[in-house]
Design a protein around this ligand. Structure first.
Ligand code: ADP
Length: 502
């Protein structure tokens, strides 16, 4: 959107309202509310629906059985009163009318010729009734069905039970005696419907109360359940906005407890990182300032002398050149270190002949060693080719061998060995030098750390060499160890995988 586009304040209100609604719909609280509502509502609704429908079908079937029984009793009386031959019995007529009235229905009596001899509605007397149900009933079946309009239709056969069947065959139907007529009853289910409606009304009231209760409880529980998560969020906000330096501690759930622990770990790591970064910056500043201070002192003292002799100028300029050299070395080492710290993606891995690599390093350093008459030996147990970043490893081994020469005594020796197994290659750099005090062994790989500051004046160094070496080894997923005997010598052992592990 164009920055200058004018948005009316009303529209802004709508946008933020939409955002609030969207945020709520996305929230865990809303999801929990939905689950609780579903868990409260759905089973109850299903139960009510099934109870009401089973009540309806049970009511229909019991009404049907009741009417069938009454009809059977009537059918027996038909025989006794020969009603089918002469439908003029007042008693039967009365009973038919009573039965029809009781169930709000209509009864038609059909004789053997399919003729309606009695209709409680007085509509079709004398007419023929040839429906499927009537035919089936004449074959001995008692039928019943509920029509789409909600009527129960029943047919009951009228039989003379005294007569015995001619053949007595059992056909699965009640054909032991001939069917002399059929009682065709149709009755309304309105009264059942009224009952079901009354029940539905009661259920609706119950549901309303139940629904309000379930919704209220669901809102309450969704709020309570999400409260610890809300606390995590608000405590995190306090910490991130700098208002609190406390640890995160929300122990309400196992999950929030675990999140708190993990978060506190990250915070601790970040604090350590921040402290080491601050320390590094102050160390770098200090190290870079030292040569500058010396240069300033040298220059100032020359400037203060009115007529300083040329020799003094030459001497001081020589010292200044040395300080510049030192400054240069610190900056070069710092750049190497930064390069080493970069991610493994910047590594230039290729198969490298390690024997050649070490030989070349020793050859380059031999002139420095010979100044102190130090003997340099390379002992190689087997030819080794490994997948490594040649530049970084050269720097690492150069630093180790350079140290072995620097911190050695006159006429001493430096012994470099190379060996390998099926997984790793091993390089050892041993010297007959001054050794490292035990209490310093834990710190020598730290940036700018130098053992005994007094000898750092005599022996040139930045305190970065071992940090660079360690970083180069670690980026190859290798390991570096040191062992030393004060006054006798030091051994650095390096182990690096033959095949690079990404
Ligand atoms: P520096 O530039 O001072 O050599 P390093 O990081 O290479 O920095 O080494 C750190 C310190 O470890 C050195 O100042 C030195 O005191 C000690 N050190 C390193 N290698 C040896 C060694 N082979 N013998 C004795 N001391 C050593």
């Amino acid at each position: 959107m164009n920055r200058n586009t004018f948005i009316p304040s009303g529209e802004l209100g709508t946008i933020s309202r939409h955002r609030i609604v969207f945020t709520y719909l996305k929230s865990l609280k809303f999801r929990i509310l939905l689950v609780l509502l579903a868990a409260g509502w759905i089973p109850m609704a299903l139960m009510a629906a099934s109870l009401l429908s089973s009540y309806h079908s049970r009511a229909v079937s019991s009404r049907t059985t009741e009417v069938q029984n009454q009809c059977r009793i009537l059918a027996n009386q038909f025989i006794n009163y020969h009603y089918l031959d002469n439908a003029s019995s007042e008693l039967i007529d009365g009973e038919l009318a009573q039965l029809a009235g009781m169930y709000d229905g209509r009864i038609i009596v059909v004789d053997q010729n399919f003729r309606a001899i009695k209709d409680t509605y007085d509509l079709i007397e004398g007419r023929y009734v040839v429906s499927e149900e009537v035919i089936r009933c004449f074959q001995g079946e008692t039928t019943n069905q509920t029509t789409a309009e909600g009527f129960i239709e029943i047919t009951v056969p009228v039989k003379n039970n005294d007569t015995t069947a001619a053949d007595g065959e059992s056909t699965g139907k009640d054909n032991s005696s001939p069917v002399l007529g059929v009682l065709l009853v149709s009755m309304s289910t309105d009264s059942i419907k009224v009952n079901v409606e009354a029940l539905t009304g009661n259920a609706a009231v119950f549901f309303l109360v139940y629904g309000i209760l379930v919704t209220a409880l669901a809102i309450l529980f969704s709020h309570l359940l999400v409260r610890p998560v809300d606390r995590v969020r608000s405590e995190l906000h306090e910490i991130s906005s700098g208002h609190s330096a406390d640890d995160l501690a929300v122990k309400a759930y196992t999950e929030t407890e675990q999140i708190s622990e993990e978060f506190n770990k990250i915070v601790t790591q970040m604090r350590v990182l921040d402290e080491s970064r601050q320390e590094f910056v102050s160390n770098v500043s200090h190290e870079l300032k030292t040569p500058l201070t010396s240069m300033k002192v040298l220059a100032d003292s020359l400037l203060m002398q009115e007529e300083a002799p040329v020799e003094l100028y030459k001497e001081f300029m020589g010292d200044i050149a040395e300080e510049i050299e030192r400054e240069n070395k610190i900056i070069t080492d710092l750049l190497s270190l930064v390069k080493m710290d970069k991610k493994a993606a910047s590594l230039n891995i290729e198969p490298v002949d390690i024997n050649d690599l070490l030989e070349l390093i020793l050859k380059r350093l031999r002139p420095i060693a010979s100044k102190k008459n130090i003997e340099m030996v390379l002992e190689s147990f087997r030819p080794v080719t490994a997948e490594v970043d040649e530049g970084r490893l050269t720097l690492a081994f150069t630093n180790l061998v350079e140290n072995a020469i620097k911190y050695n005594k006159e006429n001493g020796w430096v012994h470099v060995s190379l060996d390998a197994d099926h997984k790793f290659f091993y390089v050892k750099v041993m010297d007959s030098g001054m050794g490292i005090p035990e209490e310093s062994l834990d710190y020598i790989f730290e940036r700018f750390y130098r053992v005994d500051k007094s000898h750092s004046n005599e022996i040139d160094g930045t305190g970065l060499g071992l940090a660079i070496a360690k970083s180069a080894v670690l980026v190859h997923k290798g390991a570096i160890k040191v062992s030393s005997q004060l006054g006798e010598g030091t051994t650095f052992s390096v182990r690096i995988p033959l095949n690079y592990i990404a």
